[in-house]
Ligand binder design. Structure first.
Ligand code: ZN
Length: 81
């Protein structure tokens, strides 16, 4: 434990209130799956999203953050029901 490996913990101020509500409804295992399997166009591989922000667009939860590897912008859409 060196404090550098932080577990992504969104639903903070970077999430809009409706997005945070939607996010909290998800199973924690699904949350981890979503955060750890984000396609990065820079890496051309799945990556982990860090410092995600979240907002809702027409019922879909849009997560935007930084690629753990290349620090590029990555984006993940979590579709609504
Ligand atoms: Zn990347």
């Amino acid at each position: 434990m060196n404090g550098r490996e932080r577990t992504p913990s969104p639903a903070g101020p970077a999430f809009t209130a409706p997005a945070a509500r939607r996010w909290r409804e998800l199973d924690p295992r699904l949350q981890m799956l979503i955060l750890n399997k984000v396609w990065c166009v820079g890496c051309e591989a799945t990556t982990t999203i860090i410092e995600p922000t979240g907002h809702l667009v027409r019922g879909d939860l849009i997560l935007e953050g930084t690629c753990l590897r290349c620090r590029g912008v990555v984006r993940r859409v979590v579709e609504g029901d």
